[in-house]
Design a binder for this molecule. Structure first.
Ligand code: HEM
Ligand SMILES: [Cu+2]
Length: 554
């Protein structure tokens, strides 16, 4: 196995596949727009600035926001982005059957989205995006979610199949890094979504139709978080693909090490699934032994995270030095800060440093007891998914949309993109900062405006809620700017934009063949899952607490 060959890479993007990518991006940004409107309303309600009309509940809004942002915006964008890179790097076009699978997956996901969101907006599913039992939504809400998951499976299978086809027709060659990472991402997704599919199909749907009377609540929450933690890595891994593969090309540098990048993705596959209990640390009914084991496995994710940080900064520094930068930090100055394709994802990366530190706090049993279910947690994931991931996705959009539609990013749009990124960061630092602090003072998440009967603790939270509302308003402006920029990208001048795929450094070690031995990695992943989950799951099933009838509390 020698150098990373990208010989089969096309020079021009296949515009037929481009349409599929565009369709995913449009749904993603529609979700961002509607989710943004709802987010703004929430931050205004919480601060007591506005009161909702009597027929609209806070939980209705919060459910819509969580679903549209965390599930719809992310999943559609990710599939569009990964399909674009798979089409471009694996032969220059998707096999016709895979293009059709992509459209079929898209159709199922869109149908599921419309059904699920409709049920939320008609007030039949105010169960939040975690849809915890025993809160009960309309069965059609869960069916919508199931369609979303099944649609994403079909798209994922398309990626596996295109990869397999490429390997067969390019024997002996190292696969393109982008495609490899896409396969790992969807393998992880495939294994993780089995949990939520089981919860929805076996437990929630029969129970909400009334076919069975009660539900095993502990089991349902455990199945949810078996999926819920890897979900956050499903958001993150595509952002890492941009950081590892795209950014080096944009700055005119090289990927530090192809093998290291692949290994870090394998570690993410192994250590993102058997760890869901770190979301259930405060729950009774799970023995501390299993919580302890899963927390240890959680902290293993530090390894691929630091590998990622190391190789990104190595790429930056080596590239800076090649451009003549001197001194310890001289390379910082020669980075292309005025290029939104670099600036937006890099702001995401920088914010990921404090965001990740917050995550270590959340995952630590004792400290989790302090922040659990407070606004701190909401502040945390607005830094991770709503900034690190979202800004990276925005940064991708500024070149991806021109690539797949045969247009070019104009200097004016680039500038608007930079401004949009700055406005997002300012709004988010205010909103998320206030959430973190209010949370440390004990303010609960997921609550509308209340003074708790004039309690003095609650009075102390109010000024932070006002900062949250100001930040939320600024953020909403940034959402509108992003949507404006997206529309402008569709009307940008025609021309050719290169798909920015980085290449590995010449002197890097050759990529070892064992990284492509999927059997080994899937087996290892399953072993870890079995070790971490089988006994506690068996315990929950054989010694269940009394099952719960459904509750509709709104
Ligand atoms: C205009 C931009 C945004 C604003 C103003 C905003 C505001 C808020 C507020 C005020 C809350 C609720 C706090 C509570 O009562 O617990 C919230 C929750 C949430 N937000 Fe955002 N947000 C924005 C963007 C985003 C983005 C881009 C994402 C993800 C990609 C996101 C994901 C979430 C999630 C998952 C929740 C939790 C819902 C729940 O607890 O069930 N938000 N947001
Ligand atoms: Cu987690």
């Amino acid at each position: 196995m020698g150098m990373v060959t990208q010989s089969s890479q096309a020079t021009k993007f296949n515009l037929k596949d481009g349409k599929l990518v565009v369709a995913h991006i449009i749904v993603a940004f529609l979700a961002l727009l509607i989710g943004g409107i709802v987010g703004l309303l929430q931050s205004l309600v919480r601060s007591g600035t506005i009161t909702l009309p009597a027929n609209m509940g806070y939980y209705e809004l919060l459910t819509a926001h969580g679903i549209l942002m965390a599930l719809i915006f992310t999943t559609f964008f990710i599939i569009g982005f990964l399909y674009s890179g798979v089409s471009y790097t694996l032969g220059g076009k998707l096999l016709p059957i895979i293009n059709r699978m992509g459209w079929f997956g898209f159709a199922l996901m869109t149908a599921g989205t419309v059904l699920g969101v409709a049920k939320v907006l008609t007030g039949e599913a105010s169960v939040l995006y975690t849809f915890y039992a025993p809160l009960k939504a309309s069965p059609y809400f869960y069916i919508g979610l199931a369609l979303l998951v099944v649609g994403s499976w079909i798209s994922g299978w398309g990626i596996f199949y295109q990869y397999k086809y490429w390997k067969r027709t390019n024997q002996g060659k190292v696969s393109p890094l982008f495609a490899y990472m896409s396969v790992v991402t969807f393998l992880m997704w495939q294994i993780a979504t089995i949990g939520v599919a089981a919860e929805v199909l076996i437990q929630l749907i029969p129970w909400s139709f009334g076919w069975v009377e009660t539900i095993n609540v502990m089991l349902s929450r455990t199945l949810f978080w078996y999926f819920g933690h890897p979900l956050v890595y499903f958001w993150l891994m595509p952002a890492y693909i941009c950081w590892y593969v795209i950014i080096p090309k944009i700055i005119g540098g090289k990927i530090y090490s192809d093998a290291l990048a692949r290994l870090s993705f394998i570690l993410l596959l192994l250590f993102s699934i058997p760890v869901g209990f770190h979301h259930q640390l405060m729950e009774p009914g799970i023995s501390p032994v299993w919580k302890y084991l899963q927390v240890v496995l959680t902290f293993m994710v530090v390894v691929p995270s630091l590998m990622t940080a190391f190789s990104l900064f190595a790429t930056f520094e080596l590239n800076g030095r090649a451009k003549g930068a001197k001194g310890l930090f001289g390379w910082v100055k020669v980075m292309p800060w005025k290029d939104v394709r670099f600036f937006a994802p890099v702001m995401g990366m920088l914010i990921f440093i404090p965001a990740g530190a917050g995550g270590l706090i959340n995952a630590s049993n004792q400290m989790n007891a302090v922040v659990h279910n407070t606004l701190w947690v909401t502040g945390h994931f607005h830094l991770t998914v709503a900034t690190s991931v979202a800004l990276t996705f925005f940064g991708i959009t500024y070149w991806l949309l021109p690539v797949v539609t045969g247009r070019v990013l104009t200097p004016r749009l680039n500038k608007l993109g930079i401004i949009q990124t700055i406005v997002w960061c300012v709004g988010m630092l205010l909103m998320s900062g206030a959430m973190h602090i209010a949370g440390l003072f004990g303010s609960p998440r997921r609550t509308a405006y209340t003074t708790y009967e004039g309690h003095e603790d609650a009075a102390g939270w109010l000024s932070y809620y006002v900062i949250m509302a100001v930040g939320g308003t600024i953020l909403f402006i940034a959402v509108l700017m992003m949507v404006y920029n997206l529309v402008a990208l569709f009307r940008a001048p025609r021309g050719e934009t290169e798909y920015p795929i980085g290449e590995a450094m010449e002197e890097a070690q050759p990529t070892p063949a064992y990284l492509d031995r999927w059997g080994i990695w899937i087996t290892l992943s399953i072993i870890l899952i079995v070790v971490a989950y089988s006994l506690p799951l068996m315990h929950m099933i054989t010694n269940p607490a009394p099952g719960s009838i459904p509750f509709v509390t709104w």
